[in-house]
Design a protein. Structure first.
Ligand code: OSB
Ligand code: MG
Length: 380
């Protein structure tokens, strides 16, 4: 299924693009999001707005203004888009030819994904079909998952987990760091003996900590996400041999080739696919396919996106191979007000419905865009 869909998607024409605009927005978070690498207090996102024959398609770049999660930033993405990628967006191109042309630019997957997202949204809207249908997958109810940031105290963490469990999330992920790990996880497991839970270290440990991390095997975690360096694969393979808990890679995986290398070296048993990090939805589908063929489960990560990127992540989870709950949570967890309607809400049983309208199925509300816009620039 994924194979046929990739060939068909590669042939989707780009067509004439009459308008291209960058818009930067900044939305305050309901509460700060703390990780072992940084604490974010707002979401600053670079948006790409494409217009073709009166139809508008949106892409959200998942890069942050800082290089603390990934090397790409909103500024590098804008530079790469403007000077190298957008000039390749010509009417006779197809999604496949564009992807091939983009390969000359090494890395910068978040910049590449921004265009691909916008073109897929635009194509689906032109065809009058939801994005998942253009991708070639039937709608389904999406599993929910929540990512809880580092908290000031164990009591605050227990309270946050309690709220998530009450809301009905299918699994709870909590951030850990070298100074907030075993005791914190033990406290949560003691209070919630049967919830599906996992941890994410964002690369805070070195292999020297293997014996220390081994203590986490006692808590029946679904997985431990990115325990070691953001660029490592080999040391994760050493660590995985010493842990019973499956390792999930996030930061280390930028492509299908990385995913295959990591799986074949035994560096992980699960992969967090962030479509932005890997250069877009087509590469995400390839990673899902390569992982499924090797018995590895994947799930969709998140980058605290606005409703534009959040909707893309939801559509992506209709693809074969997304068997685990992702970091897909309700809009109200992040923002008092988002720039799109409708927001994400948990339905019966904690599931999330895929938006039904054309494209991503979410609509940018002009007044809200104006309220949160920092600046904008027309490039075509
Ligand atoms: O490591 O998965 C991560 C957010 C920003 C940067 C990195 C990560 C995250 C999350 C939150 O864990 C995911 C979300 O709720 O969108
Ligand atoms: Mg992560």
């Amino acid at each position: 299924m994924n194979e046929d869909n990739l060939a068909r998607l590669g042939a989707v024409p780009v067509g004439p693009i009459d308008g291209i605009e960058f818009i930067t927005v900044r939305l305050p978070f309901v509460s700060p999001f703390g990780t072992s690498v940084y604490t974010w207090t707002c979401k600053e996102a670079l948006l790409l707005r494409l217009v073709s024959d009166g139809v508008v398609g949106w892409g959200e770049c998942v890069a942050d203004p800082d290089p603390f999660y990934a090397y790409e930033t909103t500024t590098t993405a804008r530079h790469i888009l403007k000077d190298f990628l957008l000039p390749l967006v010509q009417p006779e191109a197809t999604l496949g030819s564009l992807e091939a042309a983009f390969r000359r630019v090494r890395g910068h997957g978040m910049a590449k994904a921004t265009i691909e997202n916008a073109l897929l949204d635009l194509s689906a809207r032109r065809a009058g079909v939801p994005l998942h249908e253009l991708l070639g997958y039937p709608p389904k109810r999406i599993m929910s998952g929540i990512s809880i940031g580092l908290q000031a105290s164990i009591d605050a963490l227990l309270e946050a987990v309690d709220e998530a469990v009450e809301a009905g999330y299918h699994r709870v992920k909590m951030k850990i760091s070298r100074d907030k790990d075993v005791e914190w996880v033990r406290a949560v497991r003691q209070r919630f003996p049967s919830i599906r839970m996992m941890v994410d270290a964002n690369g805070d440990y070195s292999l020297d900590a293997a014996d220390h991390l081994k203590q986490l095997d006692a808590f029946d975690l679904m997985m431990i996400e990115q325990p070691l360096s953001y660029s490592d694969i080999a040391q994760h393979a050493h660590l995985q041999r010493r842990l019973a808990t499956p390792i999930c890679l996030d930061e280390s995986i930028h492509s299908e080739a990385d995913a295959i290398a990591a799986i074949e070296l035994g560096a992980c048993r699960v992969i967090n696919i962030k479509q932005g990090r890997v250069g877009g939805l087509l590469e995400s589908i390839r990673i899902a396919r390569a992982s499924a063929a090797r018995g590895v489960d994947v799930w969709s990560g998140g980058m605290d996106e606005t409703g534009i990127g959040r909707a893309v992540n939801i559509h992506l989870q209709t693809v074969d191979g997304f068997t685990l709950p992702g970091d897909t949570s309700e809009t109200r967890r992040y923002f008092h007000e988002d720039i799109v309607e409708p927001g994400v809400v948990l339905g019966p049983g904690g599931f999330i419905d895929v938006p039904t309208g054309p494209g991503t199925g979410v609509t940018v509300v002009p007044e809200r865009l104006a309220r949160y816009r920092l600046e904008s620039e027309r490039v075509r």
